[in-house]
Design a protein. Structure first.
Length: 326
């Protein structure tokens, strides 16, 4: 189906070259109640914004319903000089989005795994987004570092920094009865992994509302479901391009970080095809269908108002001394 992207976004040309249906704005026919596209907020924290936009738009194009992608970042997010003009042209701060029109969200990873969460400059704004998503019961996929961050924020699941980067293609299988999101997904699901830190399965086990969906014998948890929050924590990168791990390996070498070659990746010394994409497309198609079937118990606007009231109330309590430590 059609993916609607901001007019002039470089991803439009790239995706059309792949034969995908891409447009800039939904036509009038798609604005009806039954045919309107699903609106997905892509909270893009990756440094290479254009590549990440292509990766996720490509997977979202595999659904049976059109998708409109809103590009956004936390309010006090400061892009790198490399992406500053791109963000200024195509992104809106989270607070400026039409929240009532958002059907779901994707929060990308970020190269911050070795940093404590509270040391991330935009951490307070990001956790407010997490809280709004939870209050609105908005279906959301959290990816890599964002998955670790959301697991920590919502469940207290710690991240553990690895002694060496976990890097390569690892086959994942369901640890028990397959989750509905795996319907039609070829198994094992070989998934790109690029981790400096992990969320351990042993830490997940103490939370009854967290269900491991895919695990790997070496790489650990790959995808975890939180059906109560309508959240999916995808700790790896099924959206990656065929050459993404090769680019990372070259970048690491250029930066003097000898992380080695990605395992199970090169074929006769050459970059492989993205053989994980068929499984990734089915997975995201299933997710989009679950989004379309959602019947939120409260509107996003009501959730936003609730959070604003809670924050104002908290500030009032602090000012009166009610929340001061004894």
């Amino acid at each position: 189906m059609t993916v609607y992207l901001p007019s002039g976004l470089p991803a439009v040309v790239a995706l059309r070259a792949e034969g995908l249906a891409v447009a800039s704005e939904p036509p009038v026919a798609d604005r009806g109640v039954t045919a309107r596209p699903l609106t997905i907020a892509l909270i893009n924290l990756m440094p290479d914004k254009p590549t990440t936009e292509i990766q996720f738009a490509r997977l979202l194009a595999g659904g049976r319903r059109s998708v409109r992608l809103l590009l956004t970042v936390p309010d006090n997010y400061h892009p790198s000089p490399r992406s500053h003009d791109h963000v200024k042209a195509f992104y809106r701060p989270w607070s400026a989005l039409p929240h009532a029109r958002i059907d779901a969200a994707i929060v990308t990873g970020a190269p911050l795994e070795k940093l404590a969460f509270e040391e991330v400059r935009y951490w307070p704004e990001l956790t407010r987004i997490f809280d709004w998503i939870e209050a609105a019961r908005l279906p959301t996929v959290y990816v890599c570092w964002a998955a670790q961050a959301a697991l920590m924020h919502h469940h207290g699941v710690p991240k553990h920094v690895l002694g060496a980067k976990r890097f390569g293609i690892y086959p994942h299988i369901p640890p028990g009865r397959p989750h509905p999101l795996l319907r039609g997904v070829p198994l094992p699901f070989a998934m790109p992994v690029s981790q400096h830190a992990e969320a351990r399965i042993a830490d997940l086990a103490s939370h009854a509302d967290l269900q491991p969906v895919l695990v790997a014998p070496v790489a650990g948890a790959g995808i975890v479901a939180d059906d109560q929050r309508r959240a999916i924590y995808c700790l790896n990168h099924p959206e990656y391009d065929a050459d993404a791990l090769d680019r990372e390996a070259r970048r690491d070498r250029d930066l003097g970080q000898p992380n080695g070659k990605p395992v199970n990746y090169y074929h006769d010394g050459a970059v492989p095809s993205a053989h994980w994409h068929p499984a990734a497309r089915v997975f995201y198609r299933n997710w989009l269908e679950s989004v379309a079937d959602c019947d939120p118990c409260q509107s996003p606007d009501a959730a936003l108002e609730w959070l604003i009231e809670a924050e104002v109330s908290g500030m009032a309590r602090c000012a009166s001394g009610q929340d001061q430590p004894h």
